[in-house]
Design a protein around this ligand. Sequence first.
Ligand SMILES: *[C@@H]1O[C@H](CO)[C@@H](O)[C@H](O)[C@H]1NC(C)=O
Length: 222
Amino acid sequence: MTKCLLFFSSLCLLAFVAFSSTSPCQNPRNSNRQVFDTLGRGINPRSNYRIASSLGGVLSGHVYLGHIPNSGASCPDGVFKYNSDGQRGTPLRFIEHSCRGQPPLIYENQDINIQFVGSRNCDNFVNWKVGEYNATLEASLFGTRGGTIGRADSSWFKIVRAERGYHLLNCPGPFVCPNCALNQCRVVWVIVLDGRRRLALATRQTPSQGLRFPLSVYFVRA
Ligand SMILES: *[C@@H]1O[C@H](CO)[C@@H](O)[C@H](O)[C@H]1NC(C)=O
């Protein structure tokens, strides 16, 4: 009997230690589940990653920063995806909002901004930003024009688990909706436009729109 009690109280102690060592990022709104790279290391906001589709065949390929045709921008200004695994994507960072644990790590459901790195002399064209809704396309294309990291004018994202890898969600963000449920977010899709794959918010698929699908991803440390 005493042994039994002792056993349970030590379990209790263990649980207490586990909870008291949680990082400040682990609040009810964030998940306490870290996001991991392809080698099982926690995603760190100070490291660079490439986003790779976790889907095979024609749905595979890395995400990259590219020129939107006829945009007139002096810098690459669109978020594209290659259509095979042959080419490496553009390195990027996940920047967490308001919560920097020690060591800094990215958690599922955490509000983040996404920023390409290494685009020389094009600092105003690196933050992921969801464009205006285009009724003809029935989609909002992703660009990198405008948007300030950590501010209301940038686009906000969350990472959640998918059947294979993770989904990227576009969410209202911590300014517009500090306590929004995940159902206020929308999964990031890929659509084909003029033969190239673009990241976008989209929903239904009509035959005339060709290939469009919800993106599932892995994170490869760059
Ligand atoms: C919507 O997309 C179509 C097809 O790419 C394009 O021709 C049109 O200019 C776009 N509309 C707006 C308002 O951007």
